[in-house]
Write a protein that binds this ligand. Structure first.
Ligand SMILES: [Zn+2]
Length: 110
């Protein structure tokens, strides 16, 4: 069984202490069960790149928005996205539209 590298300093010398993992180099301790849950929320863009909270993306196609008077145009920049669980896995705010949820397959990372 191999242990993951330290999420803080990427040290390989992580050891187990009960249910926690401990890094001897930066003294970071964490619960690997919780870390795994975080990895459950994954968003992949149209080019196969992994997206993360705070990324800026642009739309790769026009998208209809329920209840909005106009479509979201291809190329629209979306700043500071947040990855969430679900079918529409990007939470964001778009100028002129407000809070919005998008599918990661319809965007690309900038
Ligand atoms: Zn460390």
């Amino acid at each position: 069984m191999s242990l993951p590298n330290c999420p803080e300093c990427h040290s390989e010398y992580v050891y187990e202490d009960g249910i926690l993992l401990v890094c001897p180099e930066c003294a970071y301790e964490w619960n690997p069960a919780e870390a795994k849950e975080d990895e459950g929320v994954i968003a992949i863009d149209a080019n196969g790149n992994k997206l993360a909270d705070g990324d800026t993306v642009s739309l790769i196609k026009d998208l209809k928005v329920k209840g909005a008077p106009k479509d979201l145009k291809q190329g629209t920049r979306v700043k500071n996205i947040r990855i969430v669980e679900g079918d529409h896995n990007i939470d964001c705010k778009i100028d002129g539209f407000g809070a919005m949820k998008l599918k990661s397959e319809f965007v690309k990372k900038l």
